[in-house]
Design a protein. Structure first.
Length: 443
């Protein structure tokens, strides 16, 4: 099972100065910043996915600047992502159409031919057919029942595009693998789409529209699809937001999935921001400690504008929290005063009130217990990745992109170890099944 990281130009400045909170001298964004596989010294994934929506084009502006988008098409994905070194040659490069960018349009703005050109120019190893997302979903429907007129229209367009895509992609190099995208409004309608894609000749299918679905619904779709396609059909999940629950998906024999989840949770999740391997082989999570930049934080700015606090007082509280955290990391401050300094600053962001007034509020007691656990267990000291060794306690501080993304990249590394462990275990189980015990027929 391959873990494909969906890139969104997630990079960090290796020369970032944590004490001054500023970038390295003369930094030039893309050229000086590092991808996760560069800062860690190895790839914490089996491949990367680049969505056309992230690159952008004449129709939509993506995450890339115009110059970056042009360079991407000129030099190809592997060089652009700086995966053109011998140690990264085996990494897959997946592409998709970024169907979320045109979800509200009547039909996809790209023809299969447009996308084939994009994949060919980018030198992609895997590319998805042109789909149109169906957002309605009803797990109870069976067969081809249900499905609004719009859902059925999108279902048909996705399949028509897939038929053209596989035919026209045949002239691409043998290194290219086309993926047929499955869209549907119920597990059975997805299974029907999968069945038709296999009949068109696809050997690798990608399930789309999974982002808003509950884990249980994704499992139902996979079960229905697995039932209708040959056992050797490869399955991929596009935008797999439930990546942390991967073990419950093992029975469906996924070949791959793409996600940004371990990176994003470092700064979007309310409490689970820093990953470590747990004793049971799974993952355990810690809350990052919020110390936002007083001058950049909108909430704090508002408090100053309203006249509730003075900027200089906020700056003092911010500096004190950082000072205590660094001293704590060096063994020069105790846990309780460190926690107190952090919570005194946090209460202004969390409740807009001085800590003395809200100390026993549910919000602050929850934060206190989350931070207490993080500080007492010091998880950043337990990790030997290049990022944690360099950043030490800065990695657990929730503050601006360079810390937050480093934490996300560390999470990718921990997550990749989980996937490697699962793959090793699966390989062992397979060996036992093949050689360890006689099969039922022989008994
Ligand atoms: Zn680490």
């Amino acid at each position: 099972m391959k873990f494909i990281f969906a890139d969104s130009l997630d990079m960090v400045d290796p020369a970032y100065d944590f004490i001054q909170d500023r970038n390295g001298k003369d930094r030039e964004g893309y050229w000086d910043d590092l991808y996760p596989h560069e800062i860690l010294g190895y790839a914490p994934y089996d491949g990367m996915l680049v969505s056309r929506g992230i690159v952008g084009d004449h129709r939509i502006s993506g995450k890339y600047t115009e110059a970056q988008a042009q360079r991407f098409r000129r030099v190809g994905a592997r060089t652009f992502l700086r995966l053109n070194k011998p140690q990264f040659q085996k990494l897959a490069i997946f592409g998709d159409c970024g169907a979320f960018t045109y979800v509200n349009e009547d039909k996809p703005p790209y023809t299969p031919g447009n996308m084939i050109e994009f994949y060919a120019e980018g030198g992609f190893s895997h590319g998805c057919s042109v789909d149109h997302i169906i957002f309605e979903f009803n797990r109870e429907l069976t067969g081809m029942e249900g499905g609004s007129a719009d859902a059925r229209y999108r279902f048909d367009i996705t399949l028509e595009n897939a038929a053209t895509f596989i035919r026209e992609s045949q002239h691409l190099s043998k290194q290219f693998t086309p993926l047929g995208v499955v869209q549907g409004w119920s597990p059975d309608s997805m299974a029907e789409a999968a069945y038709r894609l296999v009949r068109m000749g696809y050997r690798y299918l990608a399930l789309g529209g999974m982002v808003p679905l509950k884990a249980e619904d994704i499992r139902r779709c996979l079960a229905a699809v697995r039932d209708r396609v040959p056992a050797d059909t490869k399955l991929h999940i596009l935008g797999f937001a439930k990546a942390d629950e991967i073990e419950s998906f093992l029975p469906f024999q996924l070949t791959s999935f793409d996600t940004t989840s371990p990176l994003i949770r470092a700064f979007k999740d309310n409490r689970n921001n820093y990953y470590l391997p747990a004793e049971n082989g799974k993952l355990k999570y810690f809350s990052a400690i919020r110390v936002p930049q007083a001058l950049d934080n909108l909430r704090l700015k508002r408090l100053v504008q309203k006249g509730h606090f003075r900027t200089e007082d906020l700056l003092k509280l911010e500096a004190k929290a950082l000072q205590y955290l660094r001293a704590f990391d060096d063994g020069e401050a105790e846990l309780q005063p460190t926690l107190e300094a952090v919570l005194t600053y946090n209460s202004l962001i969390a409740t807009e009130k001085p800590y003395e007034d809200v100390r026993s509020s549910p919000r602050m007691t929850t934060l206190a217990s989350l931070y207490q656990r993080t500080l007492s267990e010091k998880p950043w000291k337990a990790c030997s990745c290049a990022i944690c060794r360099m950043a030490s306690i800065e990695i657990i501080i929730f503050r601006a992109s360079n810390r937050n993304k480093r934490r996300g990249m560390h999470n990718l590394a921990v997550y990749k170890r989980l996937i490697d462990r699962i793959n090793n275990q699966e390989a062992k189980n397979e060996a036992i099944n093949l050689y360890g015990y006689p099969c039922a027929a022989e008994c």
